[in-house]
Design a protein around this ligand. Structure first.
Ligand code: PLP
Length: 370
């Protein structure tokens, strides 16, 4: 009999039973007191996850967590569209698929000044410094680049952005909830995350943390109607969304962030670091090389692991490897866009057990030798 299905893709990730059950409750109106209580629970939990501090511990970083009826791409667009107009300059950092997505979004709303390197390469901080000036309205970057498994230097770029009074918008989709994230210390003005990644909730909703600094500069006039940030902030004060909320998904999200609060972020971060190290060490012991070779201020991700496929399983031959993994009832991801056929990626976001990490390594080892 084959082993139980194991989902190791970098999102969506496996859900706890409690989170799954939360979606199966009787329906209520999104304007009811019961829904407002759910929204408030989600919001409180998210504020803990985004700031990694409780209200008592919080010293700075006043802001609001919003839940959005859409995935993180909606949050990325909401940020850029509300914080810029057609003449604003956006410096956008690209070293992977999601950095490129930010650039494409910014191109629709503002004047873009990209700082672009090959996918998997480190940013040259001198080049970032040269690009950011007093005329820069917004700097965007991805913290944990899911397409390459790299952790980008948010703290350093945040300092450059703040020195020029530019707003700093960070995609923390695969870091927030699984790794360290410091809104205040890193000068982040608006952060975005997705439900189905390190928050371990079902896909379909996302969350943004909007600091007062960002809220003051937001102008919903130029934003898409559905993404008017002022309007979302006003409704969030009443624990509602401007339009119909995806009630079951909000309930599941409230449970998921409640579980994170119970575990506590320090222990959760430590667990994610341990498990990603275990994946990387295990794969290296099988003779595989991590992707890419590190250079500059970039580090390997603590929430997902990307490895280069061996030469005899690249390109069209990669299919044999992925089929052999799938036959063992394990789901992993290949490379995205031009990295397809070159690498594979596994996630340790959410609630993996040590036994599941070991099974992931064993399965890859077996598939390599099939
Ligand atoms: N940013 C990063 C780093 C991601 O990994 C993803 C999804 O994989 C997104 C943004 C956007 O995700 P979605 O397709 O859920 O909008």
């Amino acid at each position: 009999m084959s082993e139980e299905f194991l989902l190791l893709n970098p999102g969506p990730v496996p859900l706890s039973d409690r989170v799954r059950r939360a979606m199966d409750e009787p329906m209520v109106s999104h304007r009811s007191a019961e829904f407002e209580a759910t929204y408030e629970r989600a919001q409180d939990g998210l504020e803990y996850v985004f700031t990694q501090s409780t209200p008592d511990e919080r010293t700075t970083g006043e802001g609001t967590a919003l839940v959005l009826n859409g995935t993180a791409t909606m949050g990325m667009e909401m940020a850029v569209a509300n914080l810029t107009d057609a003449d604003s300059e956006v410096v956008t950092l690209v070293n992977g698929k999601f950095g490129r997505r930010f650039k494409r979004i910014a191109e629709r709303h503002a004047q873009v000044r990209p700082v672009e390197v090959d996918w998997g390469e480190s940013f040259d901080l001198d080049a970032v410094e040269a690009a950011v000036g007093d005329e820069t309205a917004v700097v965007t970057m991805v913290h944990n680049e899911t397409s390459t498994g790299l952790l980008n230097p948010v703290a350093e770029v945040g300092e450059l952005a703040r020195a020029h009074d530019a707003l700093f918008v960070v995609d923390g989709v695969t870091s927030i909830g699984g790794d360290e994230f410091r809104i205040d210390d890193w000068h982040v003005d608006l952060a975005i995350t997705d439900s189905q990644k390190a928050l371990a909730a079902p896909p379909g909703v996302s969350a943004v943390f909007v600091t007062e600094r960002a809220a003051e500069r937001a102008d919903g006039e130029s934003a898409p109607f559905y993404e008017d940030l002022d309007w979302h902030l006003r409704k969030a004060d009443q624990h509602q969304t401007p339009f119909t909320s995806a009630v079951p998904l909000f309930r599941a999200l409230a449970e998921a962030v409640g579980e994170i609060e119970s575990e506590g972020m320090p222990g959760r971060i430590e667990r994610h670091r341990r498990q990603s190290r275990a994946f990387r060490t295990g794969f290296e012991a099988l003779g595989l090389d991590p992707f890419p070779t590190l250079s500059g201020p970039t580090e390997y991700s603590n929430t997902l692991t990307a490895m280069s496929l061996p030469a005899d399983l690249r390109g069209d031959d990669a299919g044999r490897f992925f089929d052999a993994v799938a036959e063992r009832n394990v789901s992993i991801s290949g490379g995205q866009a031009h990295l397809g056929g070159d690498i594979f990626r596994v996630s340790n976001m959410g609630h993996l057990s040590s036994a599941q990490v070991l099974r992931g390594v064993r399965t890859v080892g077996e598939a390599l030798n099939d």
